[in-house]
Design a protein around this ligand. Structure first.
Ligand SMILES: *Cc1c(COP(=O)(O)O)cnc(C)c1O
Length: 629
């Protein structure tokens, strides 16, 4: 059985049971059963499922591990965590997170005015709010308003001009005032694609000279007692622990130095985010070389060590991990619309009375293949295919011969893979790389996996069922945008195999896991494909409940978002139909009705397999397969 690396990336959140991917919690419901239940109401296209129990699991694991580490090292500072809103601001995620976080005192981090407003509205009054990012006077005002409302808020300063703004605002506004944090610029930085946030050339933070200046300014303005926290963030998805330890040493010493300069209320170090998620499905490609347990122990131990050495109090620890909290809660499920080689069946072969020699030979290879000669015949067939394609280019064989060649080579590969089972794996792999199966999948990579498109971040991908059957096809996944970048190609180093399925006979769904962090908010409406239909799945003792089903935006909605006057669009459409000289009045009425239905539906494709009984419009695949570059 192939488990698609579920033990590597799955975090014990998902298990395989009876050949289906299931949640590991509660009554362990099968994801495909949930999907099918939602589709019973006519929902089609990609579906994003949210699992609040996984949000809770992640929040709980952060607090548990840090509490344990505090206990183990007899640490005297407190531990606090906040959720950085930029990672995912969708209400059905954030509202659940705030509700779950209440019991932990879990707070929110904001990086813009809009996020700050959200934090002020949603945060429970005792939980901390931290504010990072560049601030203008308005944002500073908002921070003061939050404090006046009773929020426990810390404004972290990215530059001295912000501090000037705060000092000025403090004169004008009421008490209580927000706490002040200083973002420090470290010379250590993280690793990996997101390392830019740290380091001496980073976009953010105060240099040593500026820190000294800041303390002076605060003293002069009588605001030094508001200065409570230093902050750093060495980047997202920190793959190794070593850079973090280096950063902690640096930050710990800055903390101690600033206290010695008179910052008596400086009591907290905020480590920012960066806790990594294991996205890899392959042992040789793992992306995280530490556990949360190790991370928590290192942080607590190092900060204790430095403050003891420097004879300062042990600081409160704040973390702002977002990816770690949000990633696992969302799973994107997309139906496969077609396998491109599906037409390569024996019945499609149209051999002539007299075929080119090589085609004849290929046919023999196919029919006489057995377990002894399979590999050899496979090689021969691929060679023959390449010769035949060259012959076609030179004009020696015709289109029918070429079609027969394509069919035969696919038949040979499928038969060889079947016969050989798992044997000669690397050989087969090389051949499979050359002759891949292309799966057309009903989703948009630009909308739902933007980090794959933008920075080659991979996500765990697996079918939701048939997991007792050996997958035999080397898969490249094509989305339905008209963009050649909308493809997840087959990668021999980390190969994805899927099943050879006839989707007209039986539906086949692909799950994309760990998509809860960043993907939804970075997703873009390329080709006007919108955020997919989503639902929140609450596990109960007996099963699950489907809540907050929110359908993908309709075509009218998305046009309105782009600031089209949709009344005008609708008017223009109906006017054109009205004026059509081809249609009778009765036909016009029908066409208008159809158009109206389309306008109020989303852009994703709607296909149903033959066995599906819903009476929806069925598009023929041939009509939807016009991908251009
Ligand atoms: C982005 C960001 C975070 C969250 O980082 P993750 O890698 O998602 O944990 C935390 N703090 C700051 C200041 C950030 O910019």
């Amino acid at each position: 059985m192939v488990d698609y690396g579920i033990k590597i990336w799955g975090n014990d959140d998902f298990i395989i049971k009876n050949g289906e991917v299931c949640l590991s919690a509660g009554s362990q419901p099968s994801i495909i059963k949930i999907v099918k239940q939602i589709r019973e109401d006519g929902i089609r296209g990609p579906l994003l499922l949210r699992f609040p129990h996984l949000i809770k699991k992640q929040i709980n694991s952060i607090y548990t591990h840090f509490k344990q580490a505090q206990k183990e090292f007899n640490y005297k500072g407190e531990f606090h965590a906040v959720y950085p809103l930029k990672v995912n601001q969708f209400p059905n995620f954030v509202q659940n997170l705030v509700e779950i976080g209440k019991d932990y005192g879990y707070g929110l981090e904001a990086g813009s005015k809009a996020e700050l407003i959200l934090a002020m509205a949603l945060n429970t009054n005792h939980s901390p709010i931290t504010v990072n990012g560049f601030k203008d006077d308005e944002m500073i005002d908002l921070g003061f308003i939050a404090a006046e409302m009773g929020h426990n808020i810390t404004l972290t300063i990215e530059g001295l001009n912000e501090l000037e703004g705060i000092i000025q605002t403090a004169i004008d506004r009421f008490a209580p005032k927000p706490k002040i944090g200083l973002r420090i610029r470290l010379h250590s930085s993280g690793t990996g694609i997101w390392a830019k946030s740290g380091g001496i050339n980073s976009k953010f933070g105060l240099t040593s000279t500026e820190l000294i200046q800041a303390v002076k300014m605060l003293k002069e303005a009588n605001l030094l007692e508001q200065f409570t926290m230093i902050h750093f963030h060495i980047g997202s998805q920190i793959t190794e622990i070593a850079p973090l330890k280096k950063a902690l040493r640096e930050a710990g010493n800055i903390y101690a130095e600033l206290r010695k300069m008179g910052a008596v209320n400086l009591k907290a170090i905020n480590l920012g985010g960066g806790l990594a998620v294991e996205y890899s499905q392959y042992k040789n490609d793992q992306r995280r070389n530490y556990t949360l347990n190790e991370y928590a122990n290192d942080v607590v131990y190092l900060l204790k060590d430095i403050s003891n050495q420097k004879n300062e109090i042990e600081p409160d620890i704040y973390i702002e991990s977002g990816r770690y909290v949000a990633a696992s809660h969302a799973v994107l499920i997309a139906p496969v619309l077609e396998l491109f080689s599906h037409e390569y069946t024996e019945s499609k072969l149209e051999l002539k009375g007299k075929n080119p020699q090589l085609v004849e030979e290929m046919y023999d290879l196919y029919t006489s293949m057995n377990s002894k000669n399979a590999l050899e015949y496979l090689h021969d067939a691929i060679d023959h295919m390449e010769s035949l394609l060259t012959l076609f280019d030179l004009g020696y064989v015709d289109l029918q011969d070429r079609s027969n060649t394509e069919i035969l080579v696919n038949l040979v590969i499928k038969k060889a893979v079947d016969i050989l089972g798992g044997k000669h794996y690397s050989e087969i792999l090389n051949i499979q790389e050359r002759v891949q199966e292309r799966y057309l999948v009903n989703f948009s990579i630009f909308q739902s996996l933007p980090d794959f498109w933008g920075i080659n971040q991979t996500f765990p991908i697996m079918p939701l069922d048939r997991l007792t059957e050996h997958p035999t096809r080397s898969a490249s996944l094509w989305d339905i945008t008209c963009d050649s970048d909308g493809e997840i190609g087959f990668n021999v180093k980390n190969p994805l195999f899927l099943h050879d399925v006839d989707v007209e006979e039986r539906e086949y769904f692909i799950g994309f896991f760990l998509v809860g962090a960043y993907q939804e908010v970075l997703g873009m409406k390329h080709n006007l494909f919108t955020h997919p239909t989503e639902a929140t799945i609450k596990l109960t003792k007996e099963g699950y409940e489907i809540e907050n089903l929110l359908e993908a935006q309709s075509i009218l909605d998305i046009l309105e978002d782009l600031d089209y006057d949709i009344k005008e669009v609708q008017y223009s459409l109906s006017q054109k139909i009205e004026e059509s000289e081809f249609l009778s009045d009765k036909e016009k009425k029908q066409v208008l009705g159809e158009l109206y239905t389309f306008l109020n539906d989303n852009s994703y494709l709607k296909t149903v397999s033959k066995k599906d009984t819903t009476d929806e419009i069925v598009y023929k695949e041939s009509e939807i397969l016009h991908k251009s570059d």
